[in-house]
Design a protein around this ligand. Sequence first.
Ligand code: NI
Ligand code: MN
Length: 225
Amino acid sequence: MKITFLGHACLQIELQNHTLIVDPFITGNSKNNKIQLSDIKANYILVTHAHQDHTLDVLTLAKQTGATLISNYEIVTHYEAQGVKGHPMNHGGSYGFNFGELKFVNAIHSSSFADGSYGGQPGGFILSAEGKSVYIAGDTALTYDMKLFGEEFDLNLAILPVGDNFTMGYADALRASKLLNCSRVLGYHFDTFGYIEINHDKAVNYFLDHGSSLELLEIGESLTL
Ligand code: NI
Ligand code: MN
């Protein structure tokens, strides 16, 4: 599986026969001058919560690709009303898709659409596919629930917010990696705007000093599992 950082909290996950896009926010990202929304292919769009920095390009991408939206019930219903194909989930539920299995798990955050309407409860996903398991945290605080995720799944990678202010910062992300029992972390949700700028060297070294690894990719860069 190949995971490409598309900026902010947007990820492209390429499996053998399917491409998943997580939290599409391409056109509104002032740090992005590399990725064109119109170039993006997707079979599925995964959305963790309704905030605009996770949903801005959902409708355009869904219409352009015909992809199926996977998210909480309220977000799926919101986009189904606009003609998008959807698969609703809720916390604690797993489902076997044709690309692998997803579990929708708790996140500590909020979830409203840009107009203030209700976007359900925020979540994260645990993806199990091609013999690998990846935790995509979404926007969240550190929470002891992560210990349960680490007990249930043998995680190969944890994708965690590290930008602080709106989510946990990198020090709590390190604590999360311990609860998750996963020493390989991909950081996201940093640097996009002023409140969440971080010192990359400090963050990466903090992980190294504590026996874990934090990767911070440039927009368009990938890692392979
Ligand atoms: Ni958010
Ligand atoms: Mn966010």
